[in-house]
Design a protein around this ligand. Structure first.
Ligand SMILES: [Zn+2]
Length: 402
């Protein structure tokens, strides 16, 4: 879930999922309705909320979209790329889709992906794999480059994105957690999306709230609110089992539906344009785990993948890879396990200095449901990374990483 603060509409990530802006600024409760006892299960009396996007949130989104479009189309982004683009950029995607609306705004539209690859071809940047990226970082005379990465092992990576990649002849790395393959992963972001999609009312026991979400707008607002609630404290991801049971959401079924199977990852890895890489066993936030747990999360996933793929797995992505959840401790463990690179979700382009720290590489989120091409052009040229850096410096050393 879908990076972290990139987009009001980037609900999907896990998954790289985005953290929606604060509820106070994005959502409003047009009415705080008293519970209707006739609708409640016996013994339950949950207060009901009807969340919606505020007009201000919608306007702000529109303004941002127009601004990004203007920067991309005017050539300002490309101009900025000379100074901000560095040697290259690693782009991050998760799901691909033919319909963002069906996924409540998450996922990269296949047509946008096509436009992005087309634009990359015109930009003079080569699309390369991670090993070649490392080589180019070490070579001052190398051509600028872009790396494509997909997180979590979605079926749509091979079913929708790969045919587009084949047309352009460009490679990508897919980071796969073990439990996505074994169908035991706590894909809470998919579970929440499923219950909001299927239900006009959602009883959410962890907060003691019944959410009313009968239409698209209220479903988007509710899903965004619930995902943000988990992102506030990832221990909450383990509090949702009863909610999923109560609302008839089967995480194993969702994993089967959305993630590649074992045979699919093996087959994908044999494709000349695909490389499977590591993404932990359970896809938990590593900062919450002990040193030993972090080590086994990463080492066991590496071993799982290597035994299936019959080759060394040397690239890694941190789940929820923001700086507050994946830092030096995690990077040192990854390095000690023999990986060549590890990527975060911290926005930014690759500079030559990154050869000295290949285990906390920045990535640019490119999974936007609106104007994906314009956002990608800004990402590739370092515009968002620079804006993020500017925001951090304005916040100061007591910033929001913790
Ligand atoms: Zn992930």
């Amino acid at each position: 879930m879908r990076c972290l603060r990139r987009s009001l509409w980037g609900i999907g990530h896990m998954i790289g999922a985005s953290v929606p802006e604060t509820r106070q600024t994005v959502l409003q409760k047009p009415m705080a309705m008293a519970s209707s006892s006739a609708l409640l299960p016996a013994g339950r009396d949950l207060p009901e909320e009807n969340l919606r996007l505020t007009p201000w949130a919608k306007a702000r989104r529109r303004i941002k979209t127009l601004g990004v479009k203007a920067i991309a189309q005017s050539g300002v982004a490309r101009l900025a790329g000379w100074g901000l683009g560095g040697k290259g950029a690693i782009l991050m995607f998760h799901e691909f889709t033919h319909c963002n609306r069906a996924k409540f705004g998450s996922g990269c539209h296949v047509e946008d992906f096509d436009l992005i690859l087309n634009a990359l071809g015109d930009s003079g940047r080569d699309v390369v794999n991670l090993s070649e990226a490392v080589r180019r970082l070490n070579d001052p005379d190398s051509q600028p480059f872009v790396v494509l990465t997909f997180d979590d092992g979605y079926r749509s990576n091979v079913e929708l994105a790969l045919p587009v990649m084949e047309r352009y002849g460009v490679p990508a790395t897919i980071y796969v957690p073990t439990e996505a393959v074994t169908r035991t992963i706590n894909a809470w972001w998919l579970g929440l999306r499923d219950i909001v999609r299927k239900n006009d009312r959602v009883d959410f026991e962890p907060t003691g709230t019944r959410y009313s979400c009968p239409d698209y707008d209220s479903k988007v607002a509710t899903l965004r609110h619930l995902i943000a609630w988990v992102w506030e404290d990832f221990r909450r991801a383990d509090m949702l089992n009863q909610t999923f049971r109560d609302n008839d959401a089967s995480l194993p079924d969702l994993a089967e539906k959305y993630f590649m199977s074992e045979s699919q990852i093996v087959e994908a890895d044999r494709h000349p344009l695909i490389e499977i890489a590591a993404h932990t066993t359970t896809h938990r936030a590593l900062r919450l785990l002990s040193d030993d747990e972090v080590r086994s999360e990463i080492a066991d996933n590496k071993q799982f993948l290597e035994s299936r793929l019959q080759r060394p797995v040397t690239h890694f992505a941190y789940p929820y890879g923001q700086p507050s959840l994946s830092g030096r401790r995690e990077a040192d463990i990854v390095q000690s396990l023999g990986f060549q690179t590890a990527v975060t979700t911290d926005p930014g382009c690759l500079q030559t200095t990154h050869v000295d720290d290949l285990y906390l590489l920045p990535r640019q989120d490119c999974e936007y449901s609106e104007d994906g091409l314009a956002n990608a052009v800004c990402s590739i040229n370092g515009v968002f990374g620079a804006m993020s850096g500017l925001r951090s410096s304005m916040v100061g050393s007591s910033g929001s990483d913790h």
